[in-house]
Design a protein around this ligand. Structure first.
Ligand SMILES: *[C@@H]1O[C@H](CO)[C@@H](O)[C@H](O)[C@H]1NC(C)=O
Ligand SMILES: *[C@@H]1O[C@H](CO)[C@@H](O)[C@H](O)[C@H]1NC(C)=O
Ligand SMILES: *[C@@H]1O[C@H](CO)[C@@H](O)[C@H](O)[C@H]1NC(C)=O
Ligand SMILES: *[C@@H]1O[C@H](CO)[C@@H](O)[C@H](O)[C@H]1NC(C)=O
Ligand SMILES: *[C@@H]1O[C@H](CO)[C@@H](O)[C@H](O)[C@H]1NC(C)=O
Length: 440
């Protein structure tokens, strides 16, 4: 590994001008290296931190100024799916004129089994945009919503929740990493101005919601000292087996390749199963898709890469792993109030799975607002529902208590509420509104 890991070099012997030339991806950057004595660190303890330049390539693609004063990255200790101590990275962004009492843990849908697609890197470097982007701008929706939060004066924390091994779809790893990143920031954040009496909340869509939802379920047992003002979850994927059944072929198939590969990284027996079941003649092609960032797509059926096609997935190993590690609602009961939004026409995760999860949560007495949008699909709901989530989070972060009880309703949202202009800003509002027009 090269030691010029920070992509910086100095010119001029007198004036130490520093010019950013290129940023090394995590696989090449020594900063991400996990210490050998990782199990001596406490959960959420910071291993190392660094400041990186506040000019984020991804934000520069937006036609709005995004308020970014400082960016601090943390490498911290968390716990993987099998209970081992592992390291993971997170990025804390401080806006100008920040409200020191508000922190949003925004989890991106990076949906990839390669560490070089992790948000700590991709928000800094120009990167492929996946399925859910703003078409005209070639920028991910995640970026637009993080920008909105920063422009509201909130601190934004985004976590590489899949860990250094990029274990995409792996629930326990993802949830633990989100919780430990919040712990790390609660301890260290005062150095960048976060106040002691902080309100903090979580938000994610799709793959980002997977991480937030597992974090919410695991929090009472794993991080009982944390007290989230709210958790907003959009486009949930409560049952990974059911997602595989739904998208093993078609336009979202590449997500299924990456999900299976990501899960296999967490389980030696699933890796063995994959090695035994992948057709040798198609294995290179499988890994090319499975190891890519979110931008790569394919319409080839995932099952056609496996010896016994769909039957391969019915074997004991994949069944045991997916039903334990890919199923929400069985690892704990969220303590925080939830805002859940979902398009009834979601083509990645059937709405029935989310209905089932919400009913289970409601029976357990969680405070929930659940909006089922009768309009649109997984992609459009990422805009239509997310705008409502931003409003809901604004109330949670300013200290207003969530509605108590379980509230489910069908909504008919086909455009963005004009009332959100002050939250989103004129420009983002218009861009998002125009994107919806093109998608529905
Ligand atoms: C961004 O801010 C700069 C400096 O204040 C200003 O000149 C520019 O017009 C702004 N750009 C947008 C798109 O608002
Ligand atoms: C979007 O940006 C990425 C990264 O720069 C580039 O590879 C891709 O070709 C761009 N796509 C479009 C449609 O402009
Ligand atoms: C998850 O989905 C699989 C595949 O559709 C199904 O067999 C299983 O019963 C589902 N689990 C739950 C808890 O709904
Ligand atoms: C695969 O490994 C996991 C983790 O060790 C274990 O829980 C599961 O039961 C195993 N599956 C089978 C079929 O042995
Ligand atoms: C919080 O925000 C909501 C909605 O914008 C507003 O009604 C409420 O008064 C605010 N509460 C505080 C304490 O600022």
């Amino acid at each position: 590994m090269r030691l010029t890991g920070y992509g910086l070099f100095c010119i001029s012997l007198l004036n130490w001008a520093i010019i950013a030339v290129s940023i090394d991806p995590p696989s090449q950057d020594v900063w991400y290296r996990q210490p050998d004595d990782i199990d001596r660190y406490a959960k959420g303890e910071v291993i190392r931190s660094r400041q990186v330049p506040p000019q984020l390539e991804s934000f520069l693609s937006l036609p709005v100024n995004v308020s970014v004063k400082t960016i601090t990255q943390y490498l911290f200790r968390t716990t993987d799916n099998l209970g081992n101590a592992v390291a993971s990275a997170a990025t804390l962004i401080e806006p100008f004129n920040a409200d020191s009492s508000k922190l949003l843990g925004y989890q991106t849908f990076y949906d990839s089994a390669s560490v070089d697609c992790s948000p700590s890197y991709t928000i800094r470097a120009k990167n492929e945009v996946g399925d859910f982007g703003i078409p005209k701008l070639n920028v991910s929706l995640d970026i637009a919503f993080m920008a909105s939060a920063l422009n509201l004066g909130w601190y934004v924390l985004t976590t590489d929740y899949e860990g250094l091994d990029a274990q995409y779809t792996v629930g326990l790893q993802s949830g633990h990493a989100v919780l430990d990143s919040v712990r790390a920031v609660l301890k260290e954040g005062s150095e960048v101005g976060l106040s002691e009496n902080l309100q903090y909340a979580l938000w994610g869509y799709s793959g980002g919601a997977l991480a937030c939802s597992w974090a919410a379920e695991l929090q009472p047992a794993y991080a009982p000292e944390l007290d989230f003002a709210g958790v907003a979850l959009g486009g949930l994927t409560p049952n990974v087996s059911s997602v595989l059944d739904t998208i093993h072929s078609g336009i979202y198939a590449s997500l299924a390749y990456r999900g299976v590969y990501g899960m296999a990284k967490a389980y030696p027996n699933l890796t063995d199963w994959m090695d035994d079941n992948l057709l040798p003649s198609k294995s290179d092609e499988y890994y090319e898709i499975a190891g890519s960032c979110n931008g790569k797509t394919t319409s080839q059926d995932l099952y056609s890469f496996f010896k016994n096609e769909a039957e391969s997935f019915q074997e004991a190993v994949p069944r045991s792993v997916f039903s334990w590690s890919g199923q929400m609602g069985v690892h704990g009961t969220p303590g925080a109030p939830l805002f859940i939004y979902k398009a009834v026409g979601d083509e990645i995760s059937p709405v029935a799975d989310t209905d089932y999860l919400v009913n289970m949560y409601c029976r357990k007495g969680i405070d929930i607002e659940y909006h089922r949008n009768l309009v649109g699909n997984h992609e459009t709901e990422g805009i239509l529902g997310s705008v409502g989530a931003l409003e809901w989070l604004r109330e949670r972060l300013n200290g207003t208590a969530a509605q108590t009880g379980c509230h489910k309703k069908d909504v008919v949202l086909a455009s963005i509420d004009k009332g959100t202009v002050p939250i989103l800003g004129e420009t983002l509002f218009s861009i998002l509104q125009a994107s919806i027009g093109g998608m529905l």
